[in-house]
Design a protein around this ligand. Structure first.
Ligand code: PMP
Length: 362
């Protein structure tokens, strides 16, 4: 049976990548070693690391004046690491503007309160995080240290379909759940970060893209291993990086290039999401509650009109190889995550099952 994994993360990886990793598991390129066993300072791993950095720069079209850092700590770790690195540019206590659009931006602003004064410049909490507040409604602070946005809310299923203009203040974006899934004008951002475990590779690796002039302003309390200046000066090798995660990420980057890069993936992601939302909108049996203009192409929360059928729905899905469709507990219902590595056939199989279940229970 073909299995399609709709997990929000850690999430599906390209089959080709997993097969290659399996083939190379005990002996990488004749080295006699698994990548897991290599010194991060040895020539073999240094080559893997350099290629991954180069391919990521090419895929996201990262300009020369930005550093790419391969860190640990995950998306949540960055909620502390970002303020510790950026606040030193301003007299303390500094103000940071947050746009609150769901669970992840809410977590980010709560963490930041340990380090700075948080201004919620706009919030969609009143509408249960089903929309993105229009840029014109944001109440920004003129001398804020930075503006934080989460450009794809993995749990709530809202995604920015625009790049906010915040003037000279650095824009910081948590792109954990759609990085490399759509084209981005990196030059519009001061910092972009993301945990790897959705569109990039296994958990453990956190990618940070930061404009060079924003490096070197860490607060004295910032741990050295997370001080972007130290990390950048040591080419992300100040401490032991998550070597195996970087290796798999590198294989995913090569796979993405073979698919035609981010532009081609974006077109596929548009097509996959359109197919699923079109079906959900065509029936009263299921429902998407997210504002049409801000629906995520990656994470599609949906509800059965009769929620007493949820258990039967999930059991039937599992029998058909459609895995991990249960919605996040804070939202309920179902959620289909359809990242880069989810083929259109997976979305078609899900729609076929949605129809079948409706025919039996509708
Ligand atoms: N931000 C977003 C948008 C996420 O989706 C997640 C994880 N689902 C996080 C942050 C937290 O990442 P981590 O679990 O790697 O700390």
């Amino acid at each position: 049976m073909t299995v399609y994994n709709f997990s929000a993360g850690p999430a599906v990886l390209p089959n080709e990548v997993l097969r290659q990793a399996a083939a190379e598991m005990t002996d990488w390129h004749g080295s006699g070693m698994s990548v897991m066993e290599m010194s991060h300072r040895g020539e073999e791993f240094m080559a893997i690391h350099a290629a991954a950095l180069r391919d990521f720069r090419e895929l996201l079209a990262v300009p020369e004046n930005y550093k790419i850092l391969f860190l640990q700590g995950g998306g949540l770790g960055e909620n502390a690491i970002v303020p510790m690195n950026l606040l030193g540019r301003k007299p303390q206590p500094a103000v940071v503007d947050f746009v609150q659009t769901g669970s992840w931006s809410t977590k980010s602003l709560k963490e930041a309160r340990k380090y700075c004064t948080v201004n919620i410049a706009a919030s969609s909490e009143a509408s249960k995080f089903t929309t993105i507040p229009p840029r014109a409604s944001w109440q920004l602070t003129p001398d804020a240290a930075y503006v934080h946005v989460c450009t794809n809310e993995t749990i709530d299923g809202v995604e920015y379909q625009f790049t906010p203009d915040v003037g000279e203040v650095p824009l910081v974006a948590d792109m954990s759940s759609h990085i490399l899934a759509r084209q981005v004008d990196v030059s519009k951002y001061g910092v972009i970060f993301g945990g790897a475990q959705k569109n990039i590779g296994p958990a453990g690796l956190t990618v940070v893209v930061v404009r060079e002039d924003l490096i070197g302003h860490a607060l004295p309390i910032c741990p050295s291993a997370f001080d972007w200046k130290i990390v950048a000066e040591n080419n992300s090798m100040y401490n032991t990086p998550p070597t195996y995660s970087i290796y798999i990420a590198g294989l995913v980057f090569q796979w993405l290039k073979r698919q035609g890069g981010v532009a081609a993936m974006e077109q596929r992601n548009i097509a996959k999401a359109a197919l699923l939302y079109e079906y959900l909108d065509s029936t009263g049996f299921y429902q998407s509650r997210v504002d049409v203009a801000h629906r995520s192409r990656m994470n599609v929360p949906f509800f059965l009109h009769d929620e007493t059928l949820n258990t039967a729905f999930l059991a039937g899905a599992k029998e058909r190889g459609l895995l991990q469709l249960k919605g996040h507990k804070s939202v309920g219902g179902m959620r289909a995550s359809i990242y880069n590595a989810m083929p259109i056939e997976g979305v078609q199989a899900l729609i076929a099952y949605l129809k079948e279940f409706e025919a039996h229970h509708g």
